[in-house]
Design a protein around this ligand. Structure first.
Ligand code: FAD
Length: 493
């Protein structure tokens, strides 16, 4: 069997591999793509070694918090892509969308009862770790959890990092050993694999139905029939591996060269727009990294000294270095936290200095206090904040710089830090296409001091937290176009 980097594999239970069974099951829950996935590679390797077919189950539940038409449509777009991609392989692909809460219960166990081994994705944060734990207890067959989350395997470092700088220093030391490890770009190429003699629906029997062709094709009526929040509608952004690759191509061709200098300008679209695709696993960091390396003819000999500095280590252009600092340092910092601390989404996980300063200013009078509903309706006194909130509601995203301002103001205009956290988590995870990610919590908790330092002088309400103001933002950045675009339009809300 081809080597899977040991650090990327976790065997989640004591049950054996059952060689007398029918197939290998890949339970695709996070790396929702047909290539560039260590878990898919592992499942294929098992199937070949055992000389049995490969069955891939990609499920989507309905009974979880924030399940909405917007996020369902994005994931279902990805299922349609996957169905097309796996149709030309020997694997049997089963897209399953739960029609009602709990309808999918028992499906994994039923499919696993005929499997020799089950492989799934490591997925820190949200409800997925609990779902994997429950499966590991219930299955009578070996469950392997494979980490395709980022460039650095989650288990390559033991500790949690207080700052991006501390993490970057470690990355510079340990990452080079992992840069050669990449999942397969063409996982089935040149590999003999047994084919299942029956259809996916046949395996599901009478109790469960594969997602219909109409639902996969994006039929609004089929989506509307699902018991999910229809008040958060799909955006114009299509999900899936195909769309993700198009977004990557556009970024490489039109934006990357300006990223280092213009990323913060809200009027320009210079950032990649890849976060929803990364979140749902429609694209992998490895693919993005490979594309940049190829574009800049990179070789390992270009790596600099491990100084922990933001720029200069990779030996790439300034823009590419700046982008990789977000994609690897910042993104994987969030995965590090969510995978190692169960309390990553609680107030108590903030650094002590931040908790202390927040508590010291808890009773300070606030100039404005808004309710969760007022925030949601973009009904504050601040046009720039309202515009950011409208963009979030309408498009499922906020420009990164304004996202920081958005969070800072929610903190300043809430009665307590706990209220602010609840509002940020609710609005971000309800509307943002990249919400519910480990980095949702990095960003939201950064507002309250995580990964940051104390900023003097001490101010009312925010204490030693880093200040941000709309007036300064408007002075520094070109916001007029943004305000025009996302100004008050009653139809948006
Ligand atoms: C209050 C707040 C909430 C946030 N919520 C989320 C969220 O729900 N999901 C999410 O993925 N990110 C979140 N972020 C981080 C950041 O805003 C987004 O990752 C980024 O704007 C996504 O746009 P992009 O893909 O065009 O980024 P690019 O600038 O093109 O960056 C490429 C990738 O690097 C990663 N990245 C970029 N910036 C950051 C960052 N500051 N922290 C961590 N990773 C980063 C993302 O995976 C991103 O897709 C939040 C930030 C704040 C301040």
């Amino acid at each position: 069997m081809p080597e899977l980097p040991e650090l990327r594999l976790r065997v989640a239970n004591d049950a054996p591999i059952r060689r007398d069974r029918e197939y290998v099951l890949y339970w695709m829950i996070a790396a929702r793509r047909p290539r560039d996935s260590f878990a898919l590679d592992r499942a294929i390797a098992h199937a070949r070694e055992l000389s049995v077919p490969l069955v891939i189950l990609e499920p989507l539940r309905v009974g979880y918090r924030w399940a909405s038409a917007r996020h369902h449509r994005f994931v279902i777009d990805g299922m349609a892509d996957n169905q097309r991609a796996f149709a030309s392989t020997p694997a049997t692909y089963i897209p399953y969308v739960e029609p009602s809460p709990g309808a999918g219960r028992g499906l994994l166990a039923a499919l696993a009862s005929r499997a020799s081994v089950v492989v799934t994705d490591e997925a820190p944060g949200f409800f997925l770790p609990r779902m994997i734990d429950a499966a590991s207890r219930a299955l009578d067959v070996r469950l392997e959890v494979v980490d395709s989350c980022g460039i650095l395997p989650l288990r390559a470092v033991e500790r949690v990092f207080p700052t991006a700088h501390a993490f970057r220093r470690t990355l510079h030391r340990v990452l080079p050993a992992h840069l050669e490890e990449a999942p397969s770009q063409r996982p089935f190429a040149g590999k003999e694999l047994a084919k299942l003699g029956r259809s996916g629906q046949d395996l599901l029997g009478d109790r469960w139905r594969e997602a219909s062709a109409e639902l996969l094709a994006g039929d609004p009526a089929r989506l509307a029939a699902l018991p999910i929040d229809a008040s958060v509608p799909p955006t114009s952004l299509r999900g899936g591996a195909k769309a993700a690759n198009a977004v990557l191509r556009r970024f490489m061709g039109e934006r990357l060269h300006r990223y280092g200098t213009e990323r913060s300008q809200p009027g320009d679209e210079v950032a990649s727009g890849l976060s929803p695709y990364l979140h749902f696993g429609h694209i992998s960091s490895h693919r993005i990294l490979r594309t940049i390396f190829k574009d800049e003819s990179w070789a390992p000999t270009k790596l600099g000294k491990p100084t922990g500095s933001r720029a200069g280590w990779w030996g790439l252009s300034e823009s590419a270095e700046s982008f990789l600092d977000e994609l690897i340092t910042w993104r994987e910092l969030g995965f590090n936290m969510a995978s190692k601390r169960a309390d990553y989404d609680t107030f108590e996980s903030l650094p002590h200095w931040a908790q202390r300063t927040i508590e010291a200013h808890a009773e300070d009078p606030r100039e404005y206090v808004y309710s969760a509903q007022e925030f949601e309706r973009a009904a504050t006194h601040d046009p720039l904040w309202n515009a950011a909130q409208r963009q979030l509601v309408a498009e499922g995203r906020i420009h990164n710089y304004l996202r920081m301002l958005w969070g800072k103001k929610i903190y300043e205009w809430s009665a307590t830090a706990e209220d602010a956290l609840a509002v940020m988590i609710e609005l971000n995870n309800k509307y943002a296409l990249d919400g519910r990610d480990p980095n949702s919590y990095s960003g939201i908790f950064w507002v309250l001091g995580r990964y940051d330092r104390a900023w003097g002088p001490e101010r009312p309400v925010i204490g030693m937290l880093r200040p941000m103001s709309s007036a300064n933002t408007a002075r520094k950045l070109r916001v007029r176009g943004y305000l025009e675009r996302y100004g008050p339009q009653p139809s948006l809300l």
